[in-house]
Design a protein around this ligand. Structure first.
Ligand SMILES: [Zn+2]
Length: 415
């Protein structure tokens, strides 16, 4: 008993020493502050760039932006890390609003491996945030968590999970009649979906995906999906190629039209009035051009693909001139991952000015996600998602291929 008391007394002594050390540690807590010296800074895409600025970063967020190159911002008890980007073009991390990181052929194990590889490629290309619009199972939600936890290197993910369709599509979640549409939508949201993705027309690789193609859902089915999503404050993205499927879904409050290959002026005007985004996935034209050039598909398919090539690019430029809000989305998964810059390049090829194309992959994407208060620009209080580029994409858009530095939420992933 006496020995036991002795042990207890020793424990008390040891633990009070530990506390004292901890207390001492707290008194001299060192703040870690990173300062990026930005030669050219495009703080807000769409505005003019500025020269020779210091971006001060603490706790993953932008603390301040100061004139000239400073080595400390006057904070006491702080350790400063200086990152010299004085000969670089610095801007906010880019965003891709239409990717499929963890899907395709195979099973869950394949999706997981592909997901890890594709996430890495995407972040290294300077894309710090993505919206994943369609996966084959729940792997994408687990990938999202692994990235958030810091176990996997990749962009911040907003994920839809499985696409909701009318059935028959592999791994698609079914919506057939009001009850099943409600149930499936609730299931997806409970399972972790940040967005709901619906298949309101057939796939672009099918002949039924033409200008006069029929919408897939009945009105009450679309209503069921959008009403459930609204209850949970979740937004709906609608895959749509034919003219009428866009017109249909726009009646029920979707937030974005994906592809929108044959949207007409009525659809565009509704999108402007209702603040609906257009994510035209024009990068897919890279693939279609290759298909048509090789000519290894049926005559019918060649005509089909050619109609997309002839129609879509001018349609996107028309929507831009009309004032439809556009965000970049490549459909990576259909086209290669890590080449997400192609969408921005394609926009410029259409005639959209470089500064607006860069806005579509930063400011507009944040707005589409309803995260403008957190990401999309280099401003005080925003998450420190910052990239540096060799060259000047405001002059030569292809320079966005030369991403030499990537920071996501204050952590450097590429330097
Ligand atoms: Zn897609």
């Amino acid at each position: 008993m006496k020995n036991l008391f002795k042990l207890f007394a020793m424990f008390i002594v040891f633990s009070s020493v530990a506390f004292a050390q901890e207390d001492e540690g707290e008194e001299t807590e060192i703040k870690e502050i990173t300062i990026i010296h930005a030669g050219t800074l495009l703080a807000v895409a769409g505005n003019d760039p500025v020269q020779e600025k210091s971006i001060i970063i603490e706790d993953g967020k932008i603390k301040s932006v100061k004139d000239g190159y400073i080595d400390n911002d006057g904070t006491e008890d702080a350790e400063f890390t200086i990152i010299d980007m004085s000969d670089k073009f610095v801007m906010a991390g880019m965003m891709d609003m239409h990717v499929h990181l963890a899907s395709g052929s195979g099973n869950s194990a394949d999706y997981a491996i592909k997901g890890v590889i594709n996430s890495y490629k995407t972040l290294m290309a300077g894309f710090t945030t993505v919206r994943d619009l369609g996966a084959s199972d729940d792997t994408i939600f687990k990938l999202r968590k692994a990235i958030n936890d810091g176990d996997v290197i990749g962009p911040r993910i907003y994920a839809a999970g499985n696409i909701i369709g009318v059935g028959g599509r592999t791994n698609g979640k079914e919506c057939n009649g009001i009850e099943s549409c409600r149930k499936t939508t609730r299931d997806m949201i409970r399972g972790g979906a940040d967005w709901i993705k619906i298949y309101s027309s057939c796939s672009g690789s099918q002949l039924c995906s033409n200008e006069d193609g029929s919408p897939m859902f009945f009105d009450d089915e679309i209503t069921a999906i959008t009403e459930v999503a609204k209850k949970y404050n979740i937004k709906v993205a609608a895959h749509s190629h034919p003219r009428d499927s866009a017109l249909q879904v726009l009646k029920y409050g979707v937030k974005s039209i994906e592809h929108g290959s044959f949207i007409n002026e009525d659809a565009m005007d509704t999108m402007i009035a209702d603040d609906v985004y257009y994510v035209p996935t024009v990068s897919v034209m890279d693939m279609l051009e290759e298909v048509v050039e090789k000519g290894e598909v049926s005559e019918e398919m060649l005509i089909h693909d050619q109609s997309f090539l002839d129609n879509n690019p001018p349609k996107i430029f028309e929507a831009y001139k009309r004032g439809v809000k556009i965000a970049t989305g490549t459909d990576a998964g259909v086209v290669p991952h890590g080449k997400n810059y192609r969408e921005v390049e394609r926009f410029v090829e259409l005639g959209i000015p470089n500064s607006d194309a860069l806005k579509m992959t930063t400011v507009n994407a944040a707005d589409l996600l309803d995260k403008s208060d957190e990401i999309g620009t280099i401003e005080v209080g925003k998450k420190a998602d910052i990239i540096a580029i060799d060259g000047n994409p405001l002059e030569t858009i292809e320079d966005i291929r030369n991403v030499v530095f990537v920071m996501k939420e204050g952590t450097v992933y590429k330097d």
